[in-house]
Structure formats: C-alpha cells, structure tokens
Write a protein that binds this ligand. Structure first.
Ligand code: ATP
Ligand code: MG
Length: 415
C-alpha cells in the first residue's frame, strides 16, 4: 500500500464542489474587477524564487521543494504565485502593452513546512497581481478585490493594514531596529540572529514565542515613514473608507516575503485561532526590477484556499450542493438496458443529467442506487414498457408514477 505524501491532501469527489464554488467565486470577483487569469508553470528555475521571494525569507531558506532535473538544472516547485507572474510579465513584454496589467491565478503551491491544520506542504492559492500602477487607489482596489471575495464567501474576517515604507524610510527604520534588538541578541532564536545581520525587518515576522515577546516593544515602522510613504498610506486609508472597508492598523505586519514596499495587509479570520490568516498581500514596487524588468510598481495578494474552506466550514457557511441526476433510467433485462443507454444519451444531448445501470443490477437494486445518488425521477423500462415504447416514470419525492413515451422523455425532463 502506498500512502499520500505527508502534508498533502486529496480532494474527494464528494467534496470537490466546495473547491469549485470558492474558485468560481474567485473568477467571478476577478471578472468584476476586470482581472484576467494568468497560468504559469508549476516549476521554475530556482533562481527566480531566490531573487523574487528573497534570500532571507523562511520560504527560500527552508521551505522550497528544490531538485536537480535530468539536465542538471536547479528546479523549484513554486512556493507562491507572484514570482512566476512577474517573470511572465517581464518575459512577455507586458510592460509595453496596456497598463496596468491586472492578473489573477489559482495555483497549487509547495512549501516544506510542519503540517498542521491549515498548514500543508501542497496548498492552493488564489492570487491577484496588478502591475504598472503606483497610485494608492490601486492598493485600495486590490484590498477591495480580496474584501469583496471574502464577503461573497460569507467569511467573517478582520483586515489589518500597515505600511513598511520604501528604501529611504526602511534604512532609518532598520537602523532603529538594530539599535533596539542589539541588547537582546543573545535571547533571540538562531534565525533571528541571522535576520539581525541580513534583514532586521524580518525579526518582526518571527513565530518563536520568545522572539515575539521581545518584538512587542520594538520601534514602529509607521513612525519612520518618509513624507511620500506617509502620504501614500493616508490615501490608501481614505480610499478604503470611501469603499466602506473596515480596517485596523497593525504596525507589526511585515509580511513573509522580501520584496514588499509600502502597503502590507492581512485578512484574519475572527473565528479560527491558529492559521487564521486567510489572505495576505501588499505592494512590492521593487520586484519587477529585481527580476530584470523595467522599474514597475506592483501590488497584489494571495488567499489560501484550504484556509478559506476551513473557516467556511467552521462558521457554517452553506455551499450550494451540485445538482443530482434528474433521472435514473432502470432497465429490467439486457434489451431494456440498451434502450436505457440510448435514452440517457439523448437526454444528455438535451442537457438533462441522466444516469443508468453499469453493474447489471436488479431493478430493486437499481432503485436503491438511484436513491443513493439523489436521482429526482426513476424511469423504469420492463418488457411491456419496451414493447409499448414508454417508460414508467416515478417521482422520488412524491412517490407518484406515470407512463411517459420514449419520444416525449426529453420534453418531460427539460421542464
Ligand atoms: P504564514 O504566516 O501563515 O506562514 P505566509 O506569510 O507564509 O503565511 P503567504 O506567503 O503570504 O503566507 O501566503 C498567502 C496565504 O497563503 C496565507 O495567508 C495563507 O492563507 C496561505 N498559506 C501560506 N502557507 C500555507 C500553507 N503551508 N498551507 C496552507 N495555506 C498556506
Ligand atoms: Mg509561511
């Protein structure tokens, strides 16, 4: 027996409609905001993520599925969706086309993490990327896109926002952080000691309890924003107010990826404790240039589909169930089953969901099966019915039956 790899999950046939519902809603909301889908490969050159996600991030330092292919190239299964979209934007010269470029993706993502509820090694993301627009209303509209989806899905979430400034304000802030953390250095975890040297901002993102405690008193980035970044953040907030989106300012949000600038945000479920962040994003104006493109402002987010589904389940959001077969056609013997096969083919051509026997079962057993699959009607064809050119159609809800001519069946069930 071979079992599923640790940290991965099957979506079983009886549950896939829930995924389709969430994905369908994501596509619908994207269409409302005039965002088109981009599809990029599941694997990319490792260097893309080293540069695009950042050398000091948890993702790059310890979570990537990286391997050598048979041509001795270093390949990585994508741990997130932005780097691939950004690579494609550059490679396909989209900067010379219509700007802003608004794209969304629905992807599997791979991270070698310690599996827990809502934390998997293969998980799925719906994400949005808006490239080419630097305006604060673009940040706000991107947040609004996520907010619209989460509301349509019936989720109760709190939006937290912050600004982590640009290179200019970050330099001053990093200096302040270093001064603050220096006396605590021996109490920080090993990772944080490295972060202290390489990218002090990352210290604020540590998940170790002891580091978190020290972080509480760290200087706040908002007090170090330059004039432009401050004005930008004020305008983002004003736009969110205009759209009626509630938010809380949380100066501790810095996001897990290195390429963020200015606006950062997270939507956190108010109903589940751990792994409550269902959606996160922000602005990353340095990314496209970092990957070799022309300097291009960018903003986006990604939502974890598993986490959305967990929250929906826990809060009792009802997801519409898929339609069950309209009719099951039961045949008494071989000839009757042949007729059932033919009729089912005709019905499906006319858009009626029809099912038949595949197991050579008795009529009684076929009825049982029809009931299990939720067929609304069962049409029985016995020897007499076959001779008379009609089936005996039973409505499963009322228990009433009536004869329906084979020729009238499509009309009968299309109603
Ligand atoms: P966390 O702090 O929970 O590790 P992150 O900052 O690493 O999250 P992002 O890279 O911003 O997460 O990914 C965006 C979203 O994808 C997250 O908000 C979450 O909903 C989802 N996500 C991230 N990692 C996982 C995972 N291992 N399993 C399931 N969902 C995940
Ligand atoms: Mg993470």
């Amino acid at each position: 027996m071979i079992y599923i790899p640790k940290g991965t999950k099957d979506v079983l046939p009886q549950d896939s409609y829930k995924w389709q519902y969430v994905e369908g809603m994501a596509r619908e909301v994207s269409a409302l905001f005039n965002i088109k889908e981009i599809r990029t490969p599941v694997f990319e050159h490792t260097e893309l993520f080293q540069r695009g996600v950042g050398d000091t991030t948890d993702i790059v330092t310890k979570e990537m599925y990286t391997f050598k292919d048979k041509g001795d190239r270093s390949i990585t299964l994508k741990p997130e969706g932005t780097a691939g979209a950004a690579r494609s934007f550059i490679e396909n010269g989209m900067a010379n086309g219509v700007l802003p470029t608004k794209m969304y993706y629905i992807i599997p993502a791979f991270r070698y993490e310690r599996p827990q509820a809502g934390r998997l090694r293969e998980f799925h993301q719906f994400g949005v990327e808006v490239y080419g627009a630097a305006a604060p209303q673009t940040d706000a509209e991107t947040i609004l896109t996520a907010d619209t989806l989460l509301k349509k899905l019936g989720l109760q979430v709190q939006l937290y926002i912050n600004s982590i400034g640009c290179k200019t304000c970050r330099a001053a802030y990093n200096k302040a952080l270093k001064e603050f953390f220096a006396p605590h250095l021996d109490k920080l975890c090993g990772d944080c000691k490295t972060r202290f040297e390489k990218n002090p901002l990352r210290l604020l993102d540590c998940k170790e309890a002891s580091c978190k405690e020290i972080n509480q008193a760290a200087p706040k980035i908002l007090e170090y924003l330059c004039e432009d970044c401050h004005a930008h953040f004020e305008e983002v907030k004003a736009c969110l107010d205009l759209a009626g989106v509630d938010y809380v300012i949380d100066p501790r949000i810095v996001r897990g990826l290195d390429y963020y600038t200015r606006t950062v945000f997270e939507f956190v479920s108010t109903s589940i404790g751990a792994q409550g962040t269902v959606c996160a994003g922000g602005r990353y104006d340095g990314l496209i240039e970092e990957l070799g493109g022309k300097p291009t402002p960018a903003v986006g987010f990604a939502a974890g589909i598993e986490r959305l589904l967990i929250v929906m389940e826990q809060t009792g959001v009802e997801i519409p169930e898929p339609a069950t077969p309209t009719v099951y056609i039961a045949g008494m013997d071989k000839d009757c089953r042949k007729k059932a096969f033919e009729l089912a083919a005709q019905l499906r051509k006319n858009g009626v969901i029809a099912e038949i026997d595949h197991m050579d079962r008795s009529v009684k057993a076929q009825f049982k099966y029809a009931d299990k699959i939720g067929a609304k009607y069962v049409a029985v064809i016995g020897g007499n019915e076959l001779a008379e050119g009609k089936a005996n159609v039973k409505c499963m809800a009322t228990g009433e039956s009536e004869p329906v001519a084979f020729a009238d069946m499509c009309m009968y069930f299309q109603k």
